[in-house]
Every structure is written in C-alpha cells, then in structure tokens.
Design a protein. Structure first.
Length: 295
C-alpha cells in the first residue's frame, strides 16, 4: 500500500475508490468466502468510506484507511451471517515471519475462497493481506488493529493450516445446474446470443430491477430495455449457462479468445417465470477473480 503525505481532495478520494476497488474486492471476497458476497461487502465499505471522509481529518495513508474500513465491514458481515469464530487475542510470541518463495506465494494466492473460509478470521485476514495483496506486517497490524506479535502468530499459523489443507483430497461433491435452471437460463442465453432482444424483453417482468455493478441501477422494463440496446451495439460477448459458487449464473466469454476463462458473469432472479432482477458484472470484471465456476 502506498503512503500518501496529505489527505486528497474529495475528487481524489473518488478516484482512489475507483482505483482501489479491485484490490479491496479481492480482500473482501476472500474474507467472506464469496466473490458475490464480497462485492456486497465492498459496496457497503465504500459507502462507509464516503460517509466517514468528511469527518476523518487528515488521512496519512488513504489506502490503509480504506482497507481498515473494508476489514471491519467484512467482520460485520461475518457476524451477521453467524459463520465466524470470535476474534481472539493471540499471546505475545517471539517469532520471525519468513518471506515465502515465489512458488508458495503463488499457491497461496490461488487458494480457493472455500479453503480460506476454513481459517479463523485473524489467520485468514493476515494471510490474505500479506500473501495475496502484498502488505507488510506493519500494514497488517494497522488494518487488523493488533500487535506485531499477534500479526506474526496469525500469519504463521494460517500458512501452516493452508499447507495442511493443500494435502487433503478434494472430495466435495460437484454442483450442477438443475433441469429447471438449465432450461430457463438456456432460453435466456439462446435469445441473447441470437441478439433477439425483443424475446428477452418478453421474458422480463414489468418491474424488473437491474444492477450494472460499479456503473448504474435501472428499474422497470422501459429503463432496462436500454441496457439490452447497449449490448446490441457491441460484439465482445458470448453467453453460456453455468454456475458461479454454486449459484445458477450466465458466464460471459470473449468470442475472440477461445479457450479462455469467462470475463465476467450475470446473475438472474426469477419470479413467476419472469426475470425479476439482473445483476451484470460487465463493469466489475475483478469480481470473477478467484471464483469457482462451472459450465
């Protein structure tokens, strides 16, 4: 994280939020175990940051300040979901945290979100901050509000646990689309790929709600119809039904890059066989980083 000497102007804060959004999402997603929930946590954190800025005074390290807000917002989310262990204080210990070699660093960075969720919160946060995001021990202490010894202990224990988990066989059952989801997603995707947007408009409810993540929100069939019009003007997409983190989803590929992974995805919710909500991550491609997806 870069230390900035002065509190930036309001316009600079907005630019900082935009620039930091992918990195903050990477942290939030790994803290809560979901790229989708991670985006929700990130949005809450950014709102809190904007609200707090006016009374924050001089901010010596804006990036560290944002990470602290994101960290606390993620903890609030986990408490509400009742899936976290209490954050216990760790006894003062004298230990040296060795720098990992490049291979092990890449392995930890590629660890699945589900595996990160097996770590206690303090271990999870410290490993993500250092081994995924490249923060220093001092920055970890500032974000987590813990002592240097506590940060070292959490980091060493978290790394050790991840090594154990890496040796375990992956016997988790593979999710699959239900026949009903495959049928209705398939129909939506087929019309979309054929650019038959009139047929798509017939599939959406009159009060449909759209979130074009990191861009805008639209409400009602008339407003959302403009969204389809924008897609009709570009050709950098090809849709495929699939799963993201076990949720029925539409994976979006770049047709000019065969055999590449999805660029982003869309989520649909249905009501009485009509599309009630659309969540499109076209303008937030960072969200798919680390996601478990299946076609």
């Amino acid at each position: 994280m870069t230390v900035m000497p002065e509190t930036p102007a309001a316009a600079d804060i907005e630019r900082l939020l935009i620039a930091m959004r992918p990195k903050l999402h990477r942290y939030c997603a790994r803290m809560v175990g979901s790229v989708i929930d991670g985006e929700d946590v990130l949005q809450d954190a950014l709102i809190k940051a904007v609200e707090a800025y006016a009374s924050a005074g001089q901010i010596g390290n804006p990036e560290g300040w944002l990470f602290r807000i994101a960290h606390n917002t993620a903890l609030d989310f986990l408490r509400r979901r009742n899936r976290q262990e209490a954050l216990r204080s760790v006894g003062e210990v004298d230990m040296i945290v060795d720098q990992l070699d490049a291979v092990e660093s890449r392995q930890i960075a590629a660890t699945s979100l589900r595996t990160f969720m097996r770590l206690p919160v303090a271990q999870r946060a410290s490993v993500i901050l250092m081994d995924v995001l490249g923060c220093s021990l001092q920055e970890i202490c500032a974000v987590m509000d813990v002592s240097l010894a506590a940060a070292k202990a959490a980091l060493v224990r978290g790394r050790a646990q991840l090594r154990k988990y890496a040796d375990e066989p992956d016997d988790a059952p593979q999710p699959a689309l239900s026949d009903a989801d495959r049928k209705r997603l398939g129909a939506y995707v087929a019309h979309f790929n054929a650019r038959d947007f009139d047929a798509i408009r017939a599939m959406i409810s009159d009060d449909v709600r759209l979130e074009l993540v990191s861009k805008t929100r639209l409400n009602g069939k008339a407003e959302v119809s403009r969204y389809f019009g924008n897609y009709s003007k570009v050709s950098d997409w090809h849709l495929v039904p699939g799963l993201v983190e076990g949720h029925p989803a539409i994976l979006v590929f770049d047709p000019s890059q065969p055999n590449s992974k999805p660029k982003y995805f869309m989520l649909l919710n249905w009501s009485a066989d009509k599309v009630a909500t659309i969540r499109d991550f076209r303008h937030a491609p960072y969200v798919i980083d680390g996601a478990e997806f299946m076609v």
